[in-house]
Design a protein around this ligand. Structure first.
Ligand code: DGJ
Length: 735
């Protein structure tokens, strides 16, 4: 059994594949966090931290003081606010009398097989109840009637622990939730670096590492989306940890809105790690009998550095976060017309691109922004999801059918969360956008955000999109979102509920996505937020791939894809070859390098194939053939990072099939160097006993020598170059 409870010392021991997580019920019913780390057989140590006894160090006690016990040094699982723990609380409620103090204590627990769905929220899941075991610990604050259920799930096949908390008002009076984080845990020391994925539009998920120091260090989003500025992920890394060695604790929130991840290093060098919905500008009125479910947290412990942590996230997310008919299917190679035409296209020009793309081997054509309403630039028509007859006089039904007849599947762009001032929808419903009465409605990319906290708005969008998806031949949807929230308020919420708007918006969005993806199970959905502005597990639950970044420059993409791979598997990362000079950074890179970088993700093109020379078309044809041969390895295999582009003039990564018999290794060099010395690239994850044939050179090497001695990197001439090796198990018996 992965979860055991020992009555004699009141210990819960959660055992994942290679990880233990231990909790104890201690004095007066508080919940002590004891351990998270490498799996141990049993826990016998006495872990209560002894109180040091000097009253001047600030400790306070409850009246029934117990010798050696102080909440302010007790490592806790879900600390309250207002008792004698003066560190950062996991939650805070306000009672009807205005007080904000509460004190949660153990009430009961249960252990059961399987895993419950989280009401209205995305989460990892099980297909059969034997796949996982769940522990629910119920805590209660007697005075207010607040009950908190902490849920922990341990999977049989994935080395993860997931957590969430549910706040329930079992009292007779209203409660206001002011803070409700999903998880909190205390480490007994602060000997860590904090890793985060930070950035901006077009340079998402840059690796940032800093040493923990005394006090709070946090990342957060207040933008109404998880954001490109900070991904809802942190990792605590032991000082000696790196890609392949040392202890790493990865924590990822399954949520797409405002979040906070905070580490508080306290006076005795303990570290309190917390993650959840950002308490800033948040509150939630909880009437008697109501509950508030927090988003799920996925926690991965690795004793072999970041690489093992990432592969654990990848496996779980591929199989037990992403859903739908495309979860286990190879993804189609697409061509998107955005960078080829922007808003300037006709039915004929679209079909011409599609015809040429088909000849090159592309499988899916995606019509991007500009096909609806009167949309000829970004100032109008969001919300008017009917065809732009000026551009597509024969309608979408005909166009999608024609594209199918050319031999390609047809995909369509939507930005369903937005509304343009110049739109029929806005003229009909001027109060359907997020706004605060009497205040200016700020624009971002000339548009406003629809108020998804209102169910009638969500229903209208579901209806409009359903109409499009059922009456045309659409196999793919690109779901875009191009601005953050401002003047966050809803016309229909009471004054004391206005701070619920941002989270209610997320619940509305999740409902819309749930209904549409359920109604159209054969459609492949890809999410996008000006590129990778909402690349998070919440979105992946509904849409199994994300447009990784609007920056399609191959060299920029090395960093972006490398950073993204910390948590998210390659199959989820949309990666396209675009034209040169690149539209974002104006860099000119070889077509082969652009292809090799994009093949590290979910491959496609975003350029005008008509404008390509015959020689370029031949290269594209080859790239597509090559990707079709390797895509099962890239999309479903294990991923190893070999050289970091963040620290070097070169970069490398590799993919290996689960049976270790097929391998793809990609090497990239940014700037040319003179008089270079011989450099070996050491591979990882191979079977040391297996022999591998390198297809490109037809040479055979042992897995052990490829890993321990390495493979020789060929001399590459010029800037922005790349080299790809494909390896296959060499079967001696065939000789
Ligand atoms: C932003 C996206 O990231 C682009 O790929 C493109 O779809 C544009 N929006 C269209 O407006």
């Amino acid at each position: 059994m992965p979860i055991s409870y020992y009555e004699e010392n009141k210990i819960f021991h959660l055992k994942a594949k290679d990880t233990s997580y231990i909790i104890q019920i201690v004095e007066s019913g508080y919940l002590q966090h004891i351990y998270w780390g490498k799996k141990i057989r049993d826990f016998k140590l006495d872990y209560l931290q002894p109180f040091k006894g000097d009253q001047f160090n600030g400790f306070m006690f409850t009246k029934d003081k117990v010798e050696g016990f102080s909440l302010d040094i007790l490592p806790q699982e879900y600390p309250s606010f207002g008792n004698t723990d003066l560190r950062s609380p996991a939650y805070q409620i306000q009672l009807e009398d205005g007080s904000t103090v509460s004190d949660l204590k153990y009430l009961s627990h249960k252990i059961f097989s399987g895993k419950k769905k989280l009401k209205g929220l995305p989460s990892t899941y099980v297909e059969r109840s034997e796949e996982a075991e769940t522990l629910e610990i119920t805590l209660k604050d007697e005075l207010s009637g607040l009950v908190v259920v902490l849920s922990y799930t341990v999977y049989e096949d994935y080395d993860v622990i997931t957590r969430s908390s549910n706040l329930i008002n079992l009292g007779s009076k209203d409660l206001k939730v002011l803070r409700a984080l999903s998880a909190s845990m205390d480490f007994s020391d602060d000997d860590f670096d904090l890793l985060q994925l930070s950035g901006a539009w077009s340079r998402e998920r840059t690796l940032v590492k800093r040493a923990l120091v005394s006090g709070n260090q946090s990342i957060e989003s207040r933008r109404g989306a998880s954001s490109p500025q900070q991904n809802p992920f942190i990792a605590l890394m032991r000082k000696n940890a790196d890609e392949d060695n040392g202890e790493v604790y990865g924590i990822n929130l399954v949520y797409s809105g405002n979040f906070l991840a905070n580490v508080e290093v306290c006076q005795y060098g303990t570290s309190r790690v917390q993650i959840g919905i950002n308490p800033f500008d948040f509150s939630w009125l909880l009437k008697p009998g109501e509950d508030f479910q927090t988003p799920e947290v996925v926690m991965v412990y690795s004793d072999c550095g970041l690489g093992k942590m990432s592969r654990t996230f990848h496996d779980l997310y591929r199989k037990r976060l992403c859903r739908g008919s495309y979860r286990d299917k190879e993804r189609p190679i697409l061509i998107n017309n955005w960078e080829a035409t922007y808003f300037d296209f006709t039915e004929e020009s679209i079909k011409n691109i599609a015809r040429e793309a088909k000849k090159l081997g592309v499988e899916l054509f995606v019509l991007d922004d500009g096909w609806f309403g009167n949309r000829n630039d970004d100032t109008t028509s969001l919300g008017d999801w009917y065809v732009n007859k000026g551009k597509l006089p024969n309608g979408l039904e005909k166009l999608s059918k024609d594209i199918n007849e050319i031999g390609l599947k047809f995909g369509l762009w939507f930005e369903p969360e937005m509304i343009s001032e110049d739109s029929d929808l806005y003229r009909a419903h001027p109060d359907w956008c997020l706004h605060v009465k009497g205040r200016e409605r700020s624009l971002g990319r000339n548009q406003m955000v629809l108020d998804y906290s209102r169910s009638e708005v969500c229903d209208a969008i579901i209806e409009m999109l359903s109409e499009n998806l059922s009456s045309n031949h659409i196999s793919y949807v690109k779901w875009d979102m191009n601005r953050f929230m401002s003047e966050v308020g809803s016309a229909t919420l009471d004054a004391n509920r206005q701070r619920e708007t941002a989270h209610r918006y997320m619940l509305g969005l999740y409902r819309v996505m749930e209904e549409l993806t359920t109604k159209f199970p054969e459609v492949l959905f890809e999410s996008c937020a000006s590129g990778g502005g909402r690349f998070d597990p919440g979105m992946l639950y509904y849409m199994p791939q994300t447009w990784t970044s609007d920056d399609s420059d191959a060299i920029e993409r090395l960093n972006i894809q490398y950073g993204t791979s910390m948590v998210y598997p390659s199959i989820t990362m949309g990666a396209h070859v675009s034209a040169v000079p690149n539209h974002q950074v104006h860099r000119i890179t070889p077509l082969t390098t652009r292809g090799d970088v994009a093949m590290g993700g979910n491959f496609g093109y975003e350029l005008d194939v008509i404008k390509m020379s015959d020689e370029e078309k031949e290269i594209v044809k080859r790239q597509i053939q090559d990707y079709k041969k390797i895509r099962h390895i890239v999309q479903f295999g294990d991923f190893y990072r070999l050289i970091s582009p963040f620290e070097n003039n070169d970069a490398a990564w590799m993919f290996i099939s689960k049976n270790k018999e097929e391998v793809v290794v990609s090497y990239f060099k940014k700037l040319a160097e003179p008089n270079i010395k011989l450099k070996m690239l050491k591979l990882k994850g191979l079977d040391p006993q297996m022999d591998y044939r390198v297809i490109e050179t037809d040479k055979i090497y042992g897995g052990d020598e490829l890993m321990y001695a390495g493979i020789v990197i060929p001399e590459l001439k010029g800037d922005f170059t790349s080299y790809v090796w494909t390896l296959k198990k060499h079967d001696k018996s065939i000789l």
